[in-house]
Design a protein. Structure first.
Lengths: 406, 138
């Protein structure tokens, strides 16, 4: 398979985020400004070096052209798109395209949301008062609305077809809670057990409370520019080897009505992104498989070929995905434990891992000095990772992916 | 005070949501390629033709997948948890979304035979629901 002509030509050069909390007390505009500013400083750029800005949202955030002026940035390109979990990787690809087209030179991509105090993804709060539109009107007569409800029927069918158990999949939460215990930023730093997960209350079968991610207030940012420019900046350049954005199943509405529903978008995305990068799953050192729910992590790892189809339950319960294992997943704790960001924190974490500067409890973490002791409140840096992969996921039928290298 | 949220009965779904007026569940069928499909669309998702008519089904099928909802932001459903949402694979082929009612939620299984009934919401809208079938999937 031919590799991408853009492989290794673009880099992520800066990352930034606000606190992950459930009490921001601030506007999404103020949080976005903080995250973008931190990413600019992290990159060693000046505000005037940023001339492109993108964001994604669901009517719950502040657009780029309001955030840029607060930082003194004049834009040559901006775009705010509708969407959630599959947007991060897709926008990185679009930013590369905008720079390649000569539209701008450096793009800051942000996501800012008061996901707990203002607009809860679970369907309560401001979201519950929103008018229902479009095809959702064909689901509401049956009480089918929240993200968890929309995903649940896919998970149930996977359990039926492959014998996947709640206990196997609970290991995703166990692993991510272990990782979060090494992360000073994480919203939940306590390690949990399989028993804790399966004995937590039911939300929507087969999801218990601890199978679901944390609604969170936060803003996050990554900065994309050319590899040529990246070489003269403050951080070690992290190269984009491959990217796939919002690759979809044959039906994106009522996908449950078509084909085997235990097959998810990664099945269609994997050839694009691995083909561009010219690598296989075996070459990947760290994964960032989207954990809106424990099951989404499992299903994507399986679909992208990190194990055989149907063996995701065995894979996630084998120890492979934990720090110290062969290929840890979401080493900062992900959406289940660090905080819910619609995908951004998983890309930010992989960038830091590839730099060797995971911001854990090691005293000299910022200088890349780590103990590699994965006990609680210690280290979360993986030893010498070369390639990471992000597997992003929105609603069940659409997904995105990103392969990075140092 | 709370009533079941109504579907959008404008557009190609209109015939689906009013089908239950005579107790019969109908599906769109493409007259070009002969295939039935769901959800109702203006064009056949298999071949792209816009020649669509509606045919009666037997209203029977099996549960392809389902979930039991224990928490809902909708007042109507919050008062009725736990409830079952399922994709029912009809004997004629297509899968449709509906609640499974008139049974213990813990007894619902994938593969279980079910048959249709309707809830009259007024304004010519009849929401299809399913319950465990007597005598198999038909
Ligand atoms: Zn047709």
């Amino acid at each position: 398979m031919a590799t991408s002509s853009l492989r290794d030509k673009y880099c992520i050069v800066g990352v930034g985020e606000t606190e992950y909390s459930r009490h921001s007390g601030r506007t999404t505009r103020a949080m976005a400004v903080e995250a973008v500013r931190k990413a600019i400083l992290d990159a060693g750029l000046r505000a005037a070096d940023i001339d492109g800005m993108m964001s994604y949202q669901n009517g719950d955030s502040t657009p780029a052209n309001w955030v840029a002026p607060d930082l003194g940035i004049r834009l040559n390109f901006y775009m705010d798109v509708l969407g959630g979990g599959s947007s991060t990787e897709a926008l990185i690809g679009l930013a590369m395209g905008a720079i390649e087209a000569g539209m701008c030179r450096a793009v800051a991509i942000f996501r800012s949301m008061n996901g707990y105090t203002e607009f809860r993804i679970g369907g309560t709060g401001a979201r519950a008062a929103q008018p229902v539109r479009g095809l959702d009107l064909a689901q509401v007569p049956f009480g089918m609305r929240s993200a968890g409800q929309n995903f649940a029927m896919t998970f149930m069918r996977h359990m039926y077809e492959y014998g996947t158990t709640s206990e196997q999949v609970a290991h995703v939460k166990v692993a991510h809670s272990k990782h979060a215990s090494q992360n000073p930023k994480a919203l939940l730093k306590d390690r949990v057990t399989v028993q804790d997960v399966v004995s937590s209350r039911w939300i929507v079968k087969p999801l218990h409370l601890l199978d679901c991610c944390l609604e969170t207030d936060n803003a996050t940012c990554v900065i994309v520019t050319s590899a040529e420019r990246a070489r003269n900046l403050r951080q070690r350049p992290i190269y984009v080897m491959g990217v796939a954005g919002r690759v979809s199943k044959p039906r994106t509405d009522f996908h449950w009505a078509h084909g085997p529903i235990s097959r998810v978008a990664g099945y269609y995305a994997k050839d694009i992104v691995f083909g561009q990068a010219g690598i296989t799953p075996e070459d990947v050192d760290i994964t960032g498989s989207y954990d809106a729910f424990t099951f989404t992590t499992m299903l994507q790892l399986e679909e992208y070929g990190f194990c055989k189809k149907g063996e995701g339950g065995d894979y996630v319960s084998s120890g492979i995905i934990e720090l110290g294992g062969k290929r840890p997943n979401n080493t900062a704790g992900g959406h289940l434990c660090e905080g819910y960001t619609h995908g951004m924190n998983m890309v930010i974490e992989n960038v830091r891992q590839l730099r060797g500067t995971a911001d854990d409890y090691c005293p000299k973490a910022a200088d890349g000095v780590h103990t590699y002791d994965y006990g609680p409140r210690m280290c979360r840096q993986v030893r010498d990772p070369e390639i990471t992969m992000n597997l992003g996921w929105a609603m069940p039928p659409t997904g995105s992916a990103l392969i990075l290298r140092r | 005070m709370t009533t079941r949220p109504a579907p959008d009965s404008r557009g190609p779904g209109r015939a689906y949501w009013r089908s239950g007026a005579d107790g019969v569940l109908r599906l769109p069928r493409c007259t070009a390629c002969g295939r039935l499909f769901w959800y109702p669309r203006t064009h056949c998702p298999h071949c792209g033709s816009d020649a669509i008519d509606w045919v009666a089904t037997g209203g029977r099928g099996r549960i392809y997948t389902f979930t039991v909802v224990r928490q809902s932001p909708e007042p109507f459903f919050a008062a009725r948890v736990p409830y079952v949402v399922a994709m029912v694979e009809l004997a004629e082929g297509p899968r449709v979304m509906a609640n499974v009612v008139d049974c213990d939620v813990e007894s619902v299984r994938i593969g279980m035979p079910v048959s249709v009934l309707f809830e009259d919401l007024g304004e010519d809208i009849y929401v299809p629901l399913f319950r465990p079938a007597v005598g198999g999937a038909g």
